[in-house]
Design a protein around this ligand. Structure first.
Ligand SMILES: C[S@@+](CC[C@H](N)C(=O)[O-])C[C@H]1O[C@@H](n2cnc3c(N)ncnc32)[C@H](O)[C@@H]1O
Length: 450
């Protein structure tokens, strides 16, 4: 039985990564802080700088796995704890989640997972008294955890009920369940390559998707992969790579990217030969966009501004193209950003649609006659996509939809709606290997100003 007395941490390999994972998990679950803000930028966890790249990648994967399977973990732990998860010591809760997630889904020896979680609670004054409990529960988890998962086998457990209800209403029960199942798997690493997709797929042990994205199941820090520092590719989900391609030939065209940072789509537009004005209201994110474009040796005019208010002195008669990748509930990206499921709520959607509507109207105003507007969001909620575009088409005489043809998206008929918009779901593009399956949930419409 491990000591239940508080003891200052004795640093053993891997403990710092688990401690930071516990802090970040507490940040999401108890302080309403996003993973992104805790991992990047000025408010990032101060301990991250001292972590080696490999430990940092493991820590991220651990936190993401827990948030992706939070409902299932809650079920398993509640079956193993007679009196439920202790509520008077957050570190005991995070140590149990961290230990159980490693035992159930990660390539960490069970004894190491148990030992590191026990050390986590021992080094926390309030949680130290639970060291024996954490030890016993996690040992049982190693023996009984998988049968307890098999007992329920419902990935819907891992989706907050308000969201599952919405998806059932919008997509039907079977598709909603398929979305939940797709989200429960760790996502692939998707890359948009500047050139030579087949060679990069070989070098990165991946494959080229029909849409041209290179997909691999490699894990670990992307900064250490071949081609990163040379700027040969950038990380971008295969679905996220589709909207910017809907403009067609962009050589020499003036394009405004109104919600541009961190720049995945800006890079595509610049790579396609457009003269890009990239706007974002977040200074930190524009700094990241500039860094990203610098690494890729791609150019764009990058501005910090509220796109709704922005006036372009150099516009002349307007832009040939405007892309709006609007801020949204991001429910299509829960596979990659599993904190979204637990941080967003139903009431956020109405507030976001008000901003999306203003951005869409502004984009329309910035276009020259005959110019193309691509509106997209990484949301699965029709209020942020189909409904908004439908309302614009109904109210603006000078705008019409140019339907997207399946041939433009590599013949993937399932991802084009009857009206001719793009609608990808996490359960699309299945693969025998779940690590190579799926797409982020995206919506995109192509409109033209007459
Ligand atoms: C979905 S992200 C954009 C992702 C980006 N297009 C890419 O492909 O990398 C939405 C962005 O909109 C920005 N944003 C939100 N409201 C804005 C506004 N009123 N004006 C300009 N940017 C805004 C956010 O800072 C955020 O970076």
């Amino acid at each position: 039985m491990p000591s239940t007395r508080f003891a200052p941490p004795v640093e053993v390999p891997g403990l710092a990564a688990r401690r930071i994972a516990a802090d970040i998990l507490d940040g999401v679950l108890h302080k309403h802080r996003t993973l992104d803000e805790q991992l990047e930028g000025a408010a990032a966890h101060p301990g991250l700088k001292a972590l080696a790249d490999r430990d940092r990648a493991l820590m991220r994967r651990l936190v993401a796995t827990i948030l992706r399977r939070l409902g299932t973990l809650g079920h398993v732990l509640s079956r193993l704890l007679d009196r439920g998860i202790p509520t008077d010591a957050p570190r005991a809760q995070s140590a149990l989640l961290i230990g159980a997630a490693q035992i159930l889904w990660m390539d960490v020896p069970d004894h190491a997972a148990v030992d590191l979680s026990v050390r986590l609670v021992q080094s926390d004054r309030r949680a130290a008294k639970y060291a024996g409990l954490v030890n016993a529960v996690l040992r049982r988890c190693a023996r009984e955890g998988q049968p307890l998962i098999d007992e329920v086998r419902s990935e819907a457990l891992d989706i907050p009920p308000w969201l599952m209800t919405r998806w059932i209403a919008n997509y039907g029960e079977n598709t909603a369940k398929a979305i939940a199942t797709a989200i429960s798997h760790e996502p692939s690493l998707d890359l948009t390559v500047k050139a030579g997709a087949a060679q990069w797929a070989t070098r990165l042990h991946g494959e080229v998707l029909p849409t041209g994205t290179v997909r691999t199941a490699l894990q670990g820090p992307v900064t250490m992969l071949p081609g990163f520092s040379e700027g040969r590719w950038w990380v971008q989900d295969a679905a996220a790579a589709l909207p910017a391609r809907l403009f067609g030939d962009l050589q020499g065209r003036r394009v405004a990217d109104l919600c541009a940072a961190p720049g995945g789509k800006t890079a595509q537009l610049a790579q396609a030969g457009a003269e890009v004005t990239a706007i974002d209201r977040s200074p930190n994110r524009v700094a990241r966009l500039r860094d990203n474009l610098g690494r890729l040796s791609l150019g764009a005019r990058a501005l910090v501004a509220d796109a709704v208010e922005w006036q372009d002195d150099a516009a002349g008669s307007g832009f040939d193209g405007v892309l709006v990748d609007a801020p949204c509930s991001s429910t299509g990206t829960i596979r990659r950003h599993p904190d979204v499921a637990w941080l967003k709520q139903d009431s956020d959607i109405a507030a976001l649609t008000a901003l999306q509507k203003r951005l869409l109207q502004k984009a329309f105003a910035l276009l020259k006659p005959g110019g193309t507007l691509v509106y997209c969001t990484c949301s699965l909620e029709p209020e942020e996509g189909e409904h908004l575009v439908g309302a614009l088409l109904a109210s603006e005489a000078g705008v019409r939809r140019v339907p997207i043809g399946a041939a433009e998206v590599a013949g993937l008929e399932d991802i084009v709606t009857p009206a001719g918009d793009l609608r990808t779901l996490p359960c699309h593009l299945p693969h025998d290997d779940p690590r190579l399956s799926g797409l982020d949930g995206f919506y995109a419409a192509r409109l033209i100003k007459s």
